[in-house]
Design a protein around this ligand. Sequence first.
Ligand code: AVI
Length: 313
Amino acid sequence: MTNTFAQDILEGLSATEKHLPSKYFYDDNGSRIFQDIMNMPEYYLTNSEFEILSMQCQQIVQALEFSEPFNILELGAGDGFKTFKLLEYLVAQNIDFNYVPIDISQEAMDILEKRLKERLPGLNIKPQVGDYFKILKENKQSEFPSLLLFLGSNIGNYLEPKAEELLELFNKNMKKGDKLLIGFDLKKNPITIQQAYFDPHGITKRFNLNLLLRINRELEADFKIDDFDFFAHYNPITGDVKSYIISLRAQTVQLKAINKSITFDYNELIWTELSKKYALNEIEALAHKTAFKVNANFLDCKHYFTDSLWEKG
Ligand code: AVI
């Protein structure tokens, strides 16, 4: 089997405790549903980080202590909504920098480039589509200092060893003195977190079940969506939000394209996603473990979220 999507799906659904990788949520439809999630009032992460990046641009830019020009590389830039205020501030201050948004979606990068060229005509923007590390490696050759942006709590979707591996890879592909601004969702009242992920509108449920529709389409499977439900749970001790799809009856699903069938028990769970929440001391420990130094934490007024500024030591 050469197709990694097929391989990953089959491996996850064949495990004793079934699981599916959340990275596969983001087909075109999944990316649209994720936009709906970010617009829900319960999904406080959007507003918290927007507040940080719009109210504290000046402090963030000062803390960089970069000479001009410099590069800003944004990993998983998406629609660029989060970063707009920071870019707007830099352009208004006539600061000399290049903005390199990076994403796997060509469509997202085309839309972002068009919108930013209209709204910030003075901006130097060079979108890149493709593999993060190939692009980071190329950027390491740049003579200018670089700020890497990894915003929106994306790090929370990685299991701890994978998160460390990813941060070490970032570190390896940065020059001494380069910086990383990384978003972490903080531990808080568990009810607030629970409501953001097990929302009353059913949007996060649609987001999860869309993965079954993707498997139907790409692997000629016959998941019947009405036979599955969704559950998400926050554990305030570990900081883990775990999301699951539930099989509402005993059933067998065919994956025709790979000639396999998967059997589900009544109420069997498929674990789909981890969204980890951190305490500030855990962020500090993670930075040290992956050879970074924490320069500063920029928190929103409710202390729900931090954009943490790290330096490659
Ligand atoms: C993309 N990522 C940071 C989101 C999160 O909060 O874990 C994905 C998401 N899953 C459910 N709601 C949002």
